[in-house]
Design a protein around this ligand. Structure first.
Ligand code: GLN
Length: 199
């Protein structure tokens, strides 16, 4: 259901678009699927969903979306990327397919499919001080990790072993995991707060 709150988009080239639209709508946002530059121009914030980053990359170039997206990111539009969306926001990607590009914006290096075959999907609870109590129940599905964080980005969450799984930088935020499938709304709220603050 579209709300009357901030007008935000979910990049709808591939991936779990519907889940993000549902969360954003439940938080009162006017949320819509975005495929074309003209649609992107109408929103004040964007979620890039999980899915397959190499496909989202190819389709974003095919649909003429890659450059408009880079421009909006550079202008400071709030963007939240989950999983493949985090990969799209990373300045550098390790273990991409041949020729894979990201949009960039987050001063981080991200490794695709970083948990290997044995551990490619799992769930765990992560304490994230910035979000308060309770801790976040995080679902990882063939997830990336943030291998290194540059000066401009900050770590929002790490696993017990130290692997970084959520980062922020200005109006950009990325998580390796999928809050949109667990009823966890604090990341989307944080994103919407940024959209409201900018309007
Ligand atoms: N492994 C996927 C990729 O490389 C990401 C998986 C996900 O978004 N759940 O894009």
């Amino acid at each position: 259901m579209a709300g009357s709150g901030p007008r935000v988009g979910v990049l709808a080239l591939q991936g779990d678009v519907r889940e993000h639209l549902a969360v954003l709508g439940s938080l009162g946002a006017d949320a819509r699927a975005i495929r074309r530059p003209a649609e992107l121009a109408e929103v004040d914030g964007l979620v890039i969903p999980g899915g397959e980053s190499s496909v989202i990359d190819k389709l974003s170039r095919l649909f003429g979306m890659a450059e408009p997206l880079r421009e909006r990111i550079a202008e400071g539009m709030p963007v939240y990327g989950t999983c493949a969306g985090l990969i799209m926001l990373a300045d550098a990607v390790v273990d991409g397919i041949a020729g894979q590009q990201s949009l960039g914006g987050l001063d981080v290096v991200v490794r695709r499919n970083a948990f290997g075959n044995q551990n490619d999907s799992f769930e765990t609870d992560i304490a994230i001080p910035e979000l308060g109590e309770p801790s976040v129940h995080a679902v990882f599905i063939r997830a990336p990790v943030v291998e290194s964080v540059g000066e401009r980005a900050t770590v929002l969450a790490a696993l017990d072993d130290g692997r970084i799984v959520a980062v922020e930088q200005g109006n950009l935020m990325g998580t390796s995991f999928h809050p949109e499938v667990t009823g966890e709304h604090r990341f989307h709220e944080r994103f919407l707060d940024r959209v409201r603050a900018r309007r």
